[in-house]
Design a protein around this ligand. Sequence first.
Ligand code: SAM
Length: 267
Amino acid sequence: MYSMRSQQSELVTRGLYSNNKWEALPSPTSPEIHQRACIRLPSSLCKPSLRTYFDWDDSGNEDYAKRPALLDLFAGGGGAAMGYYLAGFRIVGVDIKPQPHYPFEFHQADALTYPLEGFDAYHASPPCQTYSMMQNIVKTKEKHPDLVAPIRDSLMATGKPYVIENVYKAPLKGHLRLCGTSFGLRIIRHRYFECPWFRLELLPPCNHSKVYDPWHKDGVGQREKLSTAMGIDWFMTRPEVREAIPPAYTEYIGKYLLEETKRRREN
Ligand SMILES: C[S@@+](CC[C@H](N)C(=O)[O-])C[C@H]1O[C@@H](n2cnc3c(N)ncnc32)[C@H](O)[C@@H]1O
């Protein structure tokens, strides 16, 4: 349990506080974040390219098939997906490009036209170039259409709980900001999450001292350092790591999302 007085943040402005006292409550099911633990995946997920990076566990296959299913749109190398897996979801990923390092079931397709039926929950990470500050400077916005609004429309039409993740300035509604340092990771990576179907409890605030700052260092080993700092245990190329989010973010959100999907299954 964490608490901190007299600090302001976006969380405060969104009403996730009481009596001017911050509290980070454990998430409802299992509170611990597993990023430092050795990850075991059911061997039904085993891809040759990933065998080196994970422990495979045959005993998990049947249970995995019964898990609530999450569709991971704009899947990339699977940073977000891994967090939802650790939270308890069965994962299906969709990306317009081949993603040979994605650790779960994968379909190469356009997220805007992929059929959405048959899933319990959704996550979408549309490309963030549209909203990045650099993009404003180079004025090539027309090359990167806004995909947040159309994907939100599609996800809302399912009536199922969804999460949309993006960067500062993206047109998210009622979003929550997460940072690696709130999870004990040595990386500052602010990402914003629109998750209208459930309420998250507060996390500890950012602590930007003593972090690895990959954006101002480069050279040999930079990819590995960035992967490690983000809690990504499997191989991703440098562009994939740069676009990924730390799995800890979606493991945290995923526990609340899982509770919401289970509540709906029971009703
Ligand atoms: C920000 S990255 C996703 C990162 C991922 N969530 C992670 O944590 O590793 C955005 C991804 O969207 C993909 N993408 C772009 N347009 C797409 C579309 N129309 N349909 C599906 N994927 C698309 C890109 O290929 C890229 O991999």
